[in-house]
Design a binder for this molecule. Structure first.
Ligand code: ASP
Length: 441
């Protein structure tokens, strides 16, 4: 049994958090490969070290004085080192001298940000007495900056083959010329998944500050129920609608190998958290696994008599969006009508170009745009072949006076997407949560 354990920034924000992490790792000897993030916020008003690094580097790039900004970062690490009782044996002054020099030489924004994880990795390895591996030597990007999954897998596998325990900092790797490149924000999750794939881990544990995924957004529902087990596909649907705990791209490496992800809470290690799996025989606690949604969509309604018999009509309409590089969310349609849902902020500046192109391409009888809509995804493997799920959703919405503007159910029966007015968004989520969760508890 081998586990990869990734710890997020809030789990490593200060020495007290590091001590909790040390206890978690030492309590299970299969926790052999550790992927740390950079120190995160110690309180709501605090600043993540990654953000401090970006700001400090911006000063360096503008050739302004960045000494005190860099010293403030060093102070955060020194405090951790002291708090762990490592001050005698570990000193990062030389590392900071190198960083200062590289900032002066404008080594790049990615290099700057990556130092957060790099330095935390050095401390973590020292604290645990594990081997430290600089991620620049095992995570490969190509010359254009695209992540090279297969080369990375080779490098990582070769490196870890003879190392029973190691710390690999998250978030960054290097291009063929050696320059450092990072993933997008929150990318340490991806590093953890890459390490898990390379060593064929039994589990990828992702430790954070919540006990896993919740059935609904806690900003809308007071203390929502927790999801015990969720499939990758369900997670994709919910994550797309804004439910975020894990970086989206971290699913691909482990999914390839059938490795489950276990989201765990560093502050409540006794909680079993959420399991993210390829497929499961476990029934979800409720008919739905989760409900999530986003505001800020608009739709373009197109009407034309005999639309249904005009070959290529739909393609031409969609072409107008493609030409303006606008991605499409949903396209519900009728015999003589079709509607295209798009994200409002992406669409608004280009709307008139899209409208005139639709006119040119398909000559509709009527075209109108509606704005300020929200989309809600009701997701669950338990909905498949269940009678009455849609009926329950719509009667719950009717009951609270919410008008449903759009309905879209994928053929997988894994999700039902509902469009409502922005102002009804929270009311709708509450009604759906109530009917599927509260009444079933
Ligand atoms: N430290 C990086 C960030 O703040 C990466 C991570 O934490 O995963 O985005």
């Amino acid at each position: 049994m081998k586990k990869v354990v990734k710890f997020g920034g809030s789990s490593l924000a200060d020495a007290a958090q590091f001590i909790k992490v040390g206890q978690i790792i030492r309590s299970d000897e299969t926790r052999a490969y550790v992927v740390p993030s950079a120190p995160g916020k110690r309180s709501a008003s605090d600043t993540k070290v990654t953000d401090m690094l970006y700001r400090t580097y911006a000063l360096a790039e503008a050739e302004e004085d960045f000494d005190s900004a860099l010293s403030a970062i060093k102070a955060r690490y020194d405090e951790i080192i002291r708090g762990l009782g490592l001050a005698e044996s570990l000193n990062l002054s030389d590392e900071f001298e190198v960083i200062r020099e590289n900032f002066r030489n404008k080594a790049g924004k990615d290099y700057a940000a990556s130092r957060g994880e790099y330095l935390n990795g050095i401390i973590m390895a020292h604290y645990l007495d594990y081997e430290f591996i600089d991620a620049a030597t095992v995570i490969a990007f190509d010359a254009e900056g695209n992540f090279d999954a297969e080369r990375t897998n080779q490098l990582m596998r070769n490196k870890l083959r003879d190392l029973p325990r190691a710390v690999i900092p998250g978030f960054y790797g290097a291009k063929p010329d050696g320059s450092v490149q990072t993933f997008s924000r929150g990318g340490s999750d991806i590093t953890g998944a890459i390490v898990a794939r390379a060593i064929h881990a039994d589990v990828y544990e992702n430790w954070t500050d919540v006990s896993g995924f919740l059935v609904a957004d806690p900003r809308i529902i007071d203390r929502p129920a927790q999801i015990d087990t969720i499939t990758y596909t369900e997670l994709r649907e919910l994550a797309y609608m804004g439910a975020s705990v894990l970086h989206e791209d971290s699913i691909f490496p482990v999914r390839k190998e059938g490795i489950p992800i276990n989201i765990r809470n560093t502050n409540k290690p006794e909680d079993s958290g959420t399991w993210i799996v390829e497929s499961t025989a476990r029934k979800s606690r409720f008919t739905i696994t989760g409900v999530a949604g986003k505001r800020g969509f608009c739709c373009v309604n197109i009407l034309k008599d005999m639309m249904n018999s005009e070959v290529g009509f739909m393609r031409k309409v969609l072409q107008a969006f493609e030409d303006q590089n606008i991605s499409i969310e949903h396209v519900p349609s009728g015999i003589d009508t079709m509607t295209v849902f798009v994200q409002q902020d992406e669409f608004i500046d280009k709307e008139q170009s899209v409208v005139s192109e639709i006119h040119r391409l398909v000559k509709p009888d009527l075209l109108e745009i509606e704005s300020d809509l929200a989309l809600i995804a009701v997701v669950g493997r338990g909905m498949k072949r269940q009678r009455g799920t849609a009926a329950r959703i719509f009667s719950a919405l009717a009951h609270v006076n919410v008008n449903c503007r759009m309905i879209d159910q994928g053929s997988s029966e894994l999700n039902i997407i509902i469009g409502v007015e922005n102002r009804d968004f929270e009311k709708a989520i509450r009604a759906i949560y109530d009917i599927f969760v509260v009444t079933q508890l």
